[in-house]
Design a protein around this ligand. Structure first.
Ligand code: EPU
Length: 417
């Protein structure tokens, strides 16, 4: 087990360079299996979720070369066999192998995917997309055997703009016969990154980034190169660190438009920022104003930043209200923030954060990835020592978080226990 230990209260100054987006990279890697030649993907973050996907690639027999932040994948010789439950359960994104293998071989056998425990997270919309494109699904407990005599185009309406269901439907549709339309598609930048990758291979995907995506199937996908976009959630997490403790902290290598819902909220709080073409410089200020926030699909405020933002709300004057509309159990960080001294009440899907409150270091637990990020931010601010247990969750999604924060002045260490 790993722990992060932080001595709080140190000013953060200098530059943090943002890595490739976890939620793009975890889709691009399985998507590469659809390619009939070799692909290269740059700007892959070194996080444990990528290691877990690599394990699946190697299990299937793909030829994988990983060097620093680049991965080369040649899947011409893979064997389409059942993916065991213990590896598919390691992360949510394992289900992108479901669609990639189905799209390539018209058959896949695997188990329900894992992922942070933040709500029920069903996969009914993904399965609906598969069925519409001609697949037959056999469900036995947690196991899915999905087959198709022929995959063909279809008209898929998603009941909610699910990122996973949008990407999964795209992956099955790129080699299906004819035209597929996805209505009420997710508009997240990660969906666009995947569509660009597929188009670089020669696929015909248009409309990614809007709520209607149109895909015309092709027979062959050629080798290509692509790059993972900067991680807007990692960027947002460090922007919040800058708002808590920054002295002109520069968050570099970002796409400012992708974090606009956060930067506009920070502006509403009165936080000084300089926004450049690929960076944001941010400093702490006194007298932050309370705000109200509601999580929504992109371009709304991302659910993945609501837990990190909660730490900042504890320092705003007055009662902020934060409403989580995407997941039903994404407030497990609140208990621990309150133990550190925050004054937060949970009421159904909303939390009420009364601030400002002093935070004092203690031992706390990271229950999931973004709850862990929230507690790291709290530890940076709190007086004294904060020990965060079970930080494996954090290391799933933040490349070099300890070194990145150390380099800008934090007193933070990672310990094996
Ligand atoms: N939903 C369904 N049925 C489905 C699919 C989704 O009911 O078939 C519901 C979910 O239960 C949830 C909502 O729709 O309430 C959104 O789910 P979505 O499918 O969009 O989420 P996801 O694809 O499972 C990805 C990210 C999440 C991020 C969400 C929303 C990956 C691997 N995960 O999840 O990232 O919160 O989109 O943006 O890309 C994280 O990074 O911490 C994280 C949880």
């Amino acid at each position: 087990m790993k722990q992060i230990i932080i001595e709080g209260g140190h000013v953060l100054e200098g530059t943090i360079r943002i890595s490739g987006a976890k939620n793009s990279a975890v889709a691009l890697i399985p998507a590469s299996l659809l390619c009939d030649e070799e692909v290269r993907i740059d700007n892959i973050p070194n996080i444990s979720d990528i290691d877990a996907l690599n394990e699946i690639l190697e299990y299937l027999g793909a030829n994988v070369k990983r060097d620093k932040n680049t991965i080369e994948i040649d899947s011409r010789n893979i064997v389409n066999k059942e993916i065991p439950e213990d590896i598919s359960r390691k992360l949510r994104a394992s289900y992108y192998f479901m669609s990639a293998l189905l799209g390539k071989y018209k058959k896949v056998e695997m188990y329900f995917p894992g992922g942070c425990s933040i709500g029920a997270r069903p996969i009914d919309q993904t399965l609906k997309g598969f069925k519409e494109l001609g697949a037959v699904i056999l469900e036995e407990g947690n196991k899915y055997t999905i087959t198709a005599e022929e995959l063909h185009g279809g008209h898929v309406y998603l009941d909610m703009p699910s990122v996973g269901a949008t990407i999964n439907t795209m992956l099955v549709a790129v080699k299906a016969k004819g035209k597929t339309i996805i209505e009420n598609a997710a508009k997240e930048p990660e969906v666009v990154n995947v569509a660009t990758f597929l188009n670089n291979m020669g696929a015909k995907v248009s409309g990614a980034g809007t709520s209607e995506i149109v895909i015309t199937g092709v027979d062959y996908l050629k080798g290509c190169f692509t790059e993972v976009i900067p991680d807007r959630i990692e960027a947002g997490t460090y922007m919040i660190a800058g708002a808590l403790l920054g002295n002109k902290l520069k968050i570099d290598n970002i796409i400012p438009d992708h974090v606009e819902s956060l930067s506009l909220k920070l502006k509403e709080m009165g936080i000084p920022m300089e926004i450049g073409s690929d960076y944001i410089i941010i400093s702490k200020t006194d007298n932050m104003k309370k705000i109200n926030v509601k999580t929504l699909g992109y371009p709304g405020f991302p659910t993945d930043l609501q837990q990190p933002l909660t730490t900042l709300l504890t320092q705003c004057k007055g009662r902020s209200v934060l409403e989580e509309t995407i997941y039903e159990n994404r407030f497990q960080n609140v208990k621990y923030l309150n133990e550190l001294g925050a004054n937060i009440e949970i009421c159904d899907r909303k939390i009420y954060v009364q601030g400002p409150t002093e935070l004092v270091g203690k031992e706390v637990t990271a229950t999931d990835l973004r709850a862990g990020a929230c507690l790291v931010l709290a530890g940076l601010l709190a007086t004294g020592k904060t020990t965060i247990k079970e930080v494996e969750h954090v290391l799933r999604g933040y490349e070099n978080i300890v070194d990145k924060l150390k380099n800008v002045g934090a007193k933070i260490t990672l310990k094996d226990v």
